[in-house]
Design a protein around this ligand. Sequence first.
Ligand code: T6T
Length: 324
Amino acid sequence: KKIVAALAVLAVSATVLMAPAQAQDKKYTIALIPGLTTDGFYITMRKGAQAAADALGVNLVFQGAPDFNPVTQVPVLDAVIAKKPDAILIAPTDKVQLVEPLRKANDAGIPVITVDTFIGSGVYQTGAGDADFPLAYIASDNVLGGEIAARALATAIGDKGKVYVSNVKPGISTTDQREEGFKKEMAKHTGITVLETQFNDDDANKAASQLQAVFARNPDLVGVFGANLFSALGAANGVKQAGQTGTVKVVAFDAPTSIVDNINTGLVDVAIAQHPAEIGYFGVVSAYAHLTGQSIPVAIGTGFTIMDKSNIADPKISKYLYSE
Ligand code: T6T
């Protein structure tokens, strides 16, 4: 009898011991919703996210809209919520317009982590405001990025003359903060005048025509800061089309592979590469940690690599160019 009882106890303990192991064996599905799908920045972020998903045995779903716009992103988010993933990683395309749509995910019990961009103030889990519910924010320090851009442009133009910011549209946390950092730093450079920002709706062709229009109004224009990939590519093309390569200096945020030629020909002075793969990797790791009962940091800051003619051929630098 005693042996039977002992065996029963063993069986019970074995079941209890097995339970957590089975929970860990659950295959989690994590959705990554980018700002838009056709952007090397998010394509590279997806690669980093996939690397972490493979390492952790997670199923990664990448679903997004073809343009950077809340009007097209919200239906994608709704469709993802309906499929009930275990967690959502998202780059919200507007600080305000994505708050209510994301609350639906949170109310449905789906943990939300924002990557690259944020909602509200970007300071989460404080109990303040109505947009603090995401668990974490994983991104570059975009104010710092704008300051770095301003310093690079100031050096390129000999600390004097007229410049402007080519930007996407107001309301995007990242590009708003880059402009803020840029202007904050430029305020210290008394010889530099920052002209009115030109908003291009993430359309490189529009950014190129705007460059030419600003140059037509200000023939003494000496520099432009392209605050994201399409703004920078467009502004650089505008400088080229205006025949001002090397005269109107370009500092670019982001690093698509085409930036290499632009740096080597002298069209772009400096490119500030973000580390989107790092953002994707730590996004998945954070979601997985949360899902498996670990606490996670409320904010993770990822790095930059500054590229120019002197270092772009170095593989330690060029490995940060974005994937196509
Ligand atoms: O600069 C990145 C990203 O950080 C920003 O939020 C939106 O634009 C990019 O995707 C580049 O196109």
